[in-house]
Design a protein around this ligand. Sequence first.
Ligand code: ADP
Ligand code: ZN
Ligand code: ZN
Length: 822
Amino acid sequence: MDSTFYADIILPVPLPRLFTYQIPEEWTSAIVPGMRVVVPFGNKKYYSGVVYSLHDQKPEAYETKEIISILDKQPVVNEVQLNFWRWIADYYMCTLGEVYKAALPSGLKLESQTKVHYNADWLSGAKLNAKETIVLDYLAEKKTASIQDLNNITEMKNSLPVIKSLLDKQAVFVSERLKDSYKPKTKKVLQLAPEYSHEQKLQNAFTELSRAKKQLNALMVFFTMIGGAHKNNYAKTIDKNELKKKSGASTTVLNELISKGLFIEIETTISRLDTDATSTKGMHNLNPIQQKARQQIQQQFALKDAVLLHGVTSSGKTEIYIQLIQEQIKQGKQVLYLLPEIALTTQITSRLKLVFGNQIGIYHSKYSDAERVEVWNDILNKENYKVVIGVRSSIFLPFDNLGLIIIDEEHENTYKQFDPAPRYHARDAALVLAHMHKAKVLLGTATPSIETYRNTQVGKYGLVELFERFEGIKMPRIQTVNVREEKRKKKMSSDFSPLLVEEVGRALENGEQAILFQNRRGFSPYLECAQCSWVPKCKYCDVSLTYHKHINQLVCHYCGHSNYLPRTCSACESPALHTKGFGTEKIEEDIRIIFPEAKVVRMDLDTSRTRKSHENIIRSFERSEVDILIGTQMISKGLDFDKVSVVGILNADSMLNYPDFRAFERSFQMMAQVGGRAGRKNKQGTVIIQTANPDNPVILDVVNNNFKNHYQNELAERETYKYPPFYRLIYLTIKHKNANIANQAADYFGQYLRGIFNERVVGPQAPPISKIQNWHIRKVMLKLESGVSLPKIKTMLRSAIDTVVSHPGFKAVVIQADVDPM
Ligand code: ADP
Ligand code: ZN
Ligand code: ZN
């Protein structure tokens, strides 16, 4: 019997399988699933991966290699997480390796950065063979080398066995890049050395220092800071930097005191995370309407795993969440509060911080890697953090005791990850995660997605409604302006209708604020030659370039490529290149001309790349330092401003005309959400929608605040045209750098699929943007009626994909699956 043990390991490679490695005998009891290990891979590569399972089955097909190091003493990924990863990989048709890459913060992932160090203390007693001598000589000179370096020494192809035996002989030691990539943040504190707690000794010290004025002064300040020279205070520590500041002493002066033995210097780790607020104020009592909603939620939870809280903007949903979170904490449970993106977190975070203080962890995409590792470890070590507020990737945090997941703004499509795989939907995945924890899910929004609302209608989810704004503030008055009419009557020379200008003007006079929404950044979406209608396009993508005036460049919003502005048309050399349409930059420029006195700020991807810049814009708007806020969909979400009385939606039509089956749903959500920013406190607000089609049913539903009508219409359309929630979609994207090959592969693949799935296959087609970064893109869509076996279909699909990509004619063709595309 072979008594060797093996570990099946998840590695960050796009192969749909686990990798079996041998566990060195001395580690058999040290390794458990969920730990990270470093293993050799292929010829000269090393990866860190996560142990998925252990067993004693020697693989038949290949020789196993050994694990070369274990990075953890405790698992960093728990059992529920591993099951969850497995579910994601199966459902979204990707590999466990891809899930691993998305799930772990990069500070916890090392790639082949094991360093080997020469052990200077080595007593050279042991005999070395020729290869060992070569490696050790090399290391004796260099002191440190990566495994790759050692592999590159001429006589050496695979240095691993040599390193292992040198390790056994203790001639070398290894370290991991983890130590480089994630360092805890520390600070230095000073403490009085214990022997000076004797009065006599302390007196002597003071006398001895009488001529070292600066040191004496620093010592005195130190005593003031600990609260006086009394033995009760002697154990206290003082931040070295603070003492420097307060006493004016230099580092040298303080170091003198340390070397004289008066102070002991201690290095302590501190958190990078913002841990200021700790008070438990800020929790409001719910009013009777909210209380009733809360009771209903609890009643529904007794019957169902998920409940939708459908509440108009500003109805006080967040306050209800706060109460529910409090309850979970009391029961010793964890809560995950999902938000679609960071635009929201500043305001909601500060609100929740007021209530829950340090029990809250925040996890978002603009956090540094070290900060994310810290949040991860804190949850793992069960320190603090009963509540985590986070963006979609926070579903991967190492929770072990979730009681509730709140999915705020559940309709938001930023919950869906587009690229790279796993192309998961955090809302849908969170429902599965909750199930694994036996936790409940509360979905909240003013504009439910069609899918979620339908789930309430068929009895799968509970439904609780809040139709009144907090304190009975009226819903905004919504008006439309027919821009085609206005232009025909020559009343509209700029992008603003007279009504909008009038309303904004009135708001400014009253000391109120206005928000202008335009869902395109840049100055104008494209340029056009007045002579021949030529439009500059991206070299790499099949899209027109957006003109950005402040940098005077044409920018591709798909690949980021930018060009200087051409002086003349590339087709006919006419100098008459005109800007067409308008983006946020142009709105900003034009509104400044109309209201030269007003303070105007723009919030879009270009002005808020960093966490800080984003926060600054929101803060200054909150503090009324800004009169008019212009922005893209970034401003449409959850922001709660008190003094906004007018919201202008400048071009409703571009959203409505987007070629996608969700265009109407998105337009409704966008307009209702942006409009919801108006008139939140004190008085009714006004929303003005500029459109060429004021009779469009979606616009009418927005104007009448009639979600149910919108839902019924959408549902009927979806049923007729075979879309979700009646049918499941899987998009298959076929890509190649050569257009012909892309076409051929797509045709072949389409035919192949039709042979299996018949009329469920739609396409291949070229999508609206058929080339991105030189990749030619074709799409095939699979429409699956409910009741079909998804696992079976996915298995067939995988083998169909394999067949095509391994076809000799289709080398380098990429096929990606997107399950439940958005
Ligand atoms: P929503 O999340 O539905 O948009 P919020 O919870 O943000 O609504 O509430 C809107 C505003 O009303 C916020 O400023 C909030 O602080 C306030 N508010 C809501 N409920 C209460 C309450 N029970 N007591 C005091 N203020 C409340
Ligand atoms: Zn031209
Ligand atoms: Zn491009």
